[in-house]
Write a protein that binds this ligand. Structure first.
Ligand code: ADP
Ligand code: ZN
Length: 522
């Protein structure tokens, strides 16, 4: 062991109190401590902080940590204080006096770590301060914020390339938990990290079993899932809206499950006390919006359930990643249906954001839908999104119970023609009625019983038509128009299918069966 790594290990044990480095931490620490640059991709909870904290202690001068998460700076500094590490921060929440005090510490070389918000760092005053100080390293946390493709894009991050220009000899480490290939390349390019060593940890969470089921009655399915696989276990149920959080929590409580709601619209006291109970007591099910989970470190969460579709794979991965931190078997379960696809597409269409942003959101949603509709291994799909290759896992629903696919070209053509013949201005319900030859008021009002397509889909049930429609919307053959009563319209990609030039493979609809207890608890 080199002298440097020996000193690093000594700091890890004496200051931070951990016996050994995890994963690639030791290599990363050595790279930075010896003056090199690094790009670190590590899932949340993987231990990124030590990767720059220890090199900052090993090198002369102050380690400057650029982070957009102003709200967390105080906690980080407090925690370091506790360990006897000399840390401080500079951001807009501070008084002028307080900022001056910190600046004096920097000038006098009395700090080990300085946390700075990017907009603050880029001010002339702060750049001057850094020129006068001895700097150990620059750590650029949440480095994916540099990507215009990401949902966390921050324009100031792009200007962080000045760090390389003005301090060419200071080592830099960029860290992130969310980076697909595209984002990774953008980080390297924009932050001028061409010479950086890349440290890419595995994103795999082998103890998590992924399951995505067709939604029929979401709440009821959730109850069956908890009842059969997780009685008495702690878990998190994610819902999209605050209202749904309240309703689902109440439903679970009425069904005899110890559930609590959590969302940002609740008063602070209740929210805090619900969170405290979830952390402290055993077997509580937290029903929450995505507001819940930031910084929650409860190792024995046995399941994470989604009753609504997350907006992106990043979100899904982060939320499901809160299950099974202790390494024991855990479930990531989701119920997903036609309504989810329609709703998410609509939210993108109706948002005020500019076209580029909408296109990015739409691509992210497509990737998420691809994960839901895949007939291959979920884990392979998930990891490949993060640029990691893997083999079928044997621990997800599609591996354990391979879905049946079939050539659905004919039923899809029937569906597409019916949408077309009805004038592309009706929603799913009416289109199904026409397909199945139902005698309804609306059918008669529009004389749709006279259409050539009337009743051509009567061999297929309503549920199955829904499954087909969901998949063709996910495949972007059909568009749901939120401005016109959710009417269905054909997209350009529908043409080749209608003309018989393109075949369509779909997953066979399976009636939901009661979940069996599929794994023993640790
Ligand atoms: P990230 O920033 O990647 O989400 P953190 O740096 O906050 O992760 O670390 C997550 C948790 O893991 C923290 O509680 C941290 O103290 C702990 N941790 C990190 N490295 C080690 C290690 N080598 N041994 C034990 N615990 C560690
Ligand atoms: Zn699998």
């Amino acid at each position: 062991m080199s002298d440097l790594s020996q000193r690093a290990l000594h700091l890890l044990q004496t200051i931070f109190g951990y016996p050994a480095f995890r994963g690639q931490q030791a290599d990363i620490v050595e790279t930075i401590a010896s003056g090199g640059d690094a790009l670190v991709l590590m899932p949340t909870g993987g231990g990124k902080s030590l990767c720059y904290q220890i090199p900052a202690l090993l090198r002369d001068g102050v380690g400057v940590v650029v982070s957009p998460l102003i709200a967390l700076m105080q906690d980080q500094v407090d925690a370091l204080d506790e360990l006897g590490v000399r840390a401080a921060f500079l951001n807009s929440t501070q008084s002028w006096q307080e900022a001056s005090r910190v600046e004096r510490l920097v000038r006098n070389g009395e700090l080990d770590l300085l946390y700075v918000a990017p907009e603050r760092l880029l001010t002339p005053r702060c750049m001057e301060l850094l020129q006068e100080a001895k700097i150990a390293l620059f750590a650029i946390d949440e480095a994916h914020c540099v990507s215009q493709w990401g949902h966390d894009f921050r324009p100031e991050y792009i200007r962080l390339s000045v760090l390389h220009e003005q301090f060419p000899d200071v080592p830099r480490i960029a860290l992130t938990a969310t980076a697909d290939q595209q984002t990774r390349e953008e980080i390297v390019r924009r932050l001028a990290l061409d010479d950086a060593r890349e440290f890419i940890s595995s994103f795999d969470r082998p103890n998590i079993r992924y399951q995505i089921v067709e939604k029929s009655n979401g709440r009821k399915q959730l109850l069956d899932f908890i009842g059969s696989e997780h009685p008495g276990d702690a878990g998190v149920v994610y819902c999209l809206s605050r209202k749904k959080v309240e309703e689902v929590a109440q439903f679970l409580v009425e069904s005899g499950i110890e559930a609590l709601p959590y969302h940002a619209g609740m008063n602070l006291d209740t929210r805090t006390s619900n969170q405290a109970r979830f952390l402290r007591e055993e077997g509580i099910v937290m029903v929450a919006t995505i507001a819940f989970g930031m910084g929650i470190d409860k190792p024995d969460v046995r399941f994470v359930a989604h009753l609504d579709l997350p907006k992106s794979i990043e979100g899904y991965y982060q939320e499901t990643g809160r299950a099974g931190r202790d390494g024991a078997p855990a479930n990531a379960w989701m119920a997903y249906g036609l309504q989810d696809v329609v709703q998410q597409r609509r939210m993108i269409d109706e948002s005020e954001a500019d076209e580029t942003y909408k296109r990015v959101q739409s691509q992210k949603l497509d990737a998420m839908l691809g994960l839901c509709e895949t007939v291959g291994c979920r884990r392979v799909r998930l990891l490949s999104y993060f640029g990691q290759h893997s083999e079928p896992c044997g621990n997800c629903d599609t591996c354990l119970n391979p879905p049946v696919t079939y050539d659905a070209t004919v039923p899809v053509q029937k569906l597409l023609s019916t949408i077309y013949r009805c004038g592309q201005r009706f929603g799913a319900g009416h289109v199904f009625d026409v397909l199945r030859g139902m005698d309804t008021d609306k059918v008669r009002q529009w004389k749709h019983e006279q259409l050539s397509v009337f009743g051509i889909g009567s061999d297929i049930g309503d549920q199955e038509w829904r499954a087909i429609l969901r998949q063709v919307i996910a495949m972007d053959l059909v568009h749901v128009d939120p401005d016109a009563y959710n009417s269905l319209r054909l997209t350009e990609s529908a043409r080749p299918v209608l003309r018989g030039e393109r075949a369509v493979q779909l997953r066979r609809y399976v009636k939901p069966v009661k979940a069996k207890r599929s794994q023993t608890k640790a």
